[in-house]
Ligand binder design. Structure first.
Ligand code: PMP
Length: 362
């Protein structure tokens, strides 16, 4: 068997070994067609069946909520930061943003290029190491939508529940926690996520939106940037990232095999508990960055007493086969990304390494 790295990369990130092996088995000859899925027309029946299956699986894992469209887009979640206001923020309207950290800031700054914006809540004063209270959000009349980032990948915060925004659509960037646990899609007008953490490889962005929000887009924006173009053409207006769509379908099958989102959540909680307990029981040798109430199941951020010791930790971890434990360059420190596909054994190996490192450096 191949020796797998202890992969804690933030994205692209670890994929399930079973999925990689299945993809390998049908890499050269997909379903007896004599070609790879990458070599076939996206207008043919074989590719289209994979494309449609992936869309159906996304909704079925969410309990088949009514009235939603699944779109497969390109340009990453970063393109959604602009495409969203281009499509949904009209003249005389305001878009309201919940400010939780690095990715929320990027989303807001793109929206500012398009129209009027407002901040509904912010935890900037806490350096984004906790989440703002969103139980009583206030936003102006004529608010087009409220946007939040369900999981801040860099800081390591995650919402446990979502605000009720009444008739104003709630829109979430779920790039780093989509499908890590069950959630009620009916609370949202739209969600979006780059696939490269919990859903598959990079190259595809999943958008799930209420039909009425995306079926008509302003004709003044370029064709490729209108949601309606992709709704009208079942995300086949232009050539889709066909191999990425295939991989997403395989990852979704794997999630089904884990017991769906509820099964995945159990596994994720076990891994996160193990790691946070190792941090909390270290007598302050390791220090969690985020308020315990708002800690992420996906991105575990922590620090050591000083940067020198952090450097030593990273170096020693790399020598032991751990990958991706360096915190994001904008915040420093350490970060272990433990997405759905990170095996429990990797997290156990990490906590063993952490306790060994503390013994030799504490
Ligand atoms: N939002 C969040 C929460 C992210 O973690 C990322 C990527 N790390 C992005 C947006 C940007 O995604 P992409 O690179 O797909 O544009």
């Amino acid at each position: 068997m191949t020796k797998r790295a202890y992969n804690f990369n933030a994205g692209p990130a670890a994929l399930p070994l079973e999925v990689l092996e299945r993809a390998q088995a049908e890499f050269v000859d997909f379903r007896n067609t004599g070609m790879s899925i990458m070599e076939m027309s996206h207008r043919g029946a074989v590719y289209e069946s994979v494309h449609n299956e992936a869309q159906e699986r996304l909704l079925s894992l969410l309990g088949n909520p009514k009235g939603y469209k699944v779109l497969f887009l390109q340009g990453g979640a970063s393109t959604q930061f602009a495409m969203l206001p281009m499509n949904l923020l009209g003249e005389g309207q305001t878009a309201s943003y919940v400010m939780t950290g690095s990715w929320a800031k990027k989303a807001l700054s793109e929206a500012k290029l398009i129209g009027e914006t407002q901040v509904a809540a912010s935890s900037e004063a806490d350096k984004y190491m906790k989440l703002p209270d969103v139980s009583n959000l206030s936003f102006p009349d004529r608010t087009a939508y409220v946007h939040l980032t369900s999981n801040e990948t860099i800081e390591g915060t995650q919402f446990k529940s979502f605000p009720d925004t009444g008739s104003v659509p709630l829109i979430a960037d779920m790039s780093s926690d989509i499908f890590c646990k069950p959630f009620d899609l009916n609370q949202f007008g739209m969600i979006y996520a780059g696939a490269q953490k919990n859903l598959g490889p990079s190259g595809i962005t999943v958008v799930i939106a209420r039909e009425e929000l995306v079926s008509e887009s302003p004709k003044t924006i370029p064709t490729m940037l209108r949601y309606s173009t992709h709704v009208d053409n079942n995300s086949l207006y232009n050539t889709p990232p066909s191999f990425s769509v295939y991989m997403v379908n395989e990852v979704l099958k794997w999630i089904e095999e884990q017991g769906g989102l509820a099964g995945i959540e159990q596994k994720n909680m076990k891994k996160a508990d193990l790691l946070y307990n190792a941090i909390d029981s270290s007598g302050d040798f390791y220090r969690g960055c985020v308020d315990p109430a708002d800690r992420s199941l996906m991105n575990v951020t922590f620090r050591l007493a000083n940067e020198e010791l952090e450097k030593q930790f990273i170096k020693a971890s790399e020598q032991e086969g751990f990958v991706g434990l360096k915190g994001h360059r904008s915040v420093g420190g350490l970060r272990a990304s433990i997405y759905n596909a990170a095996p429990y054994e990797s997290v156990k190996a990490l906590t063993d390494f952490m306790s060994h490192f503390q013994k030799t450096n504490g």
